[in-house]
Ligand binder design. Structure first.
Ligand code: TRP
Length: 337
């Protein structure tokens, strides 16, 4: 018999995603969620996790809508995948505490986000190597483990930077099971490679922190301005160009049809001005993004619909969470019957 798959993943609200997030995380996760073979699929907005780095109430609240609207606009189907807010499921915090008590402190010392902070402080020769580290950041992997273990997730789609956290979740589940009996399911990371690394406007990996990103749902005019600023060399229009070595071409082929890609190759070989390539790129972007942007805008101006979807998600998730917590409470001796 085929084992039942429970696919679960979390997304941190971080504002409007860009093309790199789209290809690297959103698209592959939605494809995975919509593919028929997972018997259960959960996606939640990790708003508690955002608190480790954000303390502006309005910003957090706005970002939760942006991220929910984005996933819905990109094709996440709430009737197949339950979408909910982490903070609507208080049982996660209860499990967070229980797991904290089986987690050795040393395991958190080795978690990479914390280690990176310490290293930064050392490099800056700060007296306190823990400068700027709150306990939320330090315990981040425990909360993430609670997210996963509460739902008996078997497969967790994540980017490469999150694999260590899934290993920590497995570790904590094993430790718990050794002490209290086999109650927690050991999850596996399902690495989302994305199609490829999406280059940014300057050729480095697309990232908000480099300010080389193209936001997914900017108004067409605003986006075009950024497309026009993509870095090119100064070769004249008539000079034949190498598509294998072209940032614009690399972006173009992500969004264009195979036939358009072939035609573009020929234009490169004949010689084409960079301005025209940028226009063509912007056109295929528009074709691809316009229908999704419309849905996004719809959700952003009908937040009550988003609220409703998240509420329904929480209503599905809560009973499962509370049932699991009941079992765990019993296992650890908090209730006797
Ligand atoms: N830490 C993840 C990220 O930054 C988000 C996240 C929180 C998550 N909890 C999770 C992902 C549970 C998968 C499973 O991308």
């Amino acid at each position: 018999m085929k084992e039942k798959q429970v696919v679960l993943t979390g997304v941190k609200p971080t504002g409007m995603p860009h093309l790199g997030n789209y290809w690297g995380a959103i698209r592959p996760a939605i494809d995975m969620a919509n593919s028929a073979n997972s018997s259960e699929s959960w996606l939640f907005i990790a708003d508690y996790h955002s608190l480790t780095a954000l303390n502006k109430a309005e910003e957090l609240s706005a970002m939760v809508y942006e991220v929910a609207a984005t996933w819905l606009a990109c094709g996440l189907d709430p009737s197949r995948t339950t979408i909910y807010r982490q903070s609507d499921i208080p049982e996660i915090l209860e499990l967070n505490w229980i797991l904290s008590c089986v987690c050795p402190k040393g395991l958190m010392n080795r978690a990479h986000a914390y280690k990176a902070k310490v290293q930064e402080n050392e490099e800056l020769k700060r007296e306190d190597v823990d400068f700027g580290v709150n306990m939320g950041l330090y315990n981040y992997p425990i909360l993430m483990s609670a997210d996963i273990l509460l739902f008996d997730a078997t497969h967790v789609p994540v980017g490469p930077d999150q694999v260590q956290h899934i290993e920590i979740a497995r570790d904590l589940a094993e430790k718990f099971n050794r002490i209290y009996g086999e109650h927690l399911t050991l999850p596996k990371a399902k690495l989302m490679e994305g199609l490829e690394v999406v280059p940014g406007m300057d050729g480095r990996k697309m990232s908000k922190s480099y300010d080389n990103h193209i936001p997914l749902f900017d108004a067409p005019k605003k986006r075009r301005k950024r497309v026009m600023k993509i870095v090119t060399d100064s070769s004249p229009p008539e000079e034949p160009k190498d598509y294998k070595n072209s940032l614009l071409f690399d972006m173009y082929k992500l969004f264009a049809s195979p036939q358009q890609v072939e035609e573009m190759k020929q234009k490169y070989q004949k010689g084409i001005g960079w301005g025209y390539v940028k226009q063509d790129l912007d056109d295929v972007l528009e074709t691809h993004l316009a229908p999704m942007r419309e849905k996004y805008e719809h959700f952003m101006s009908h937040k009550e619909e988003v609220d409703q979807i998240l509420k329904q998600g929480a209503e599905k998730a809560r009973p499962k969470a509370s049932e699991k917590i009941k079992t765990l409470r019993k296992a650890i001796g908090l209730v006797n019957e």
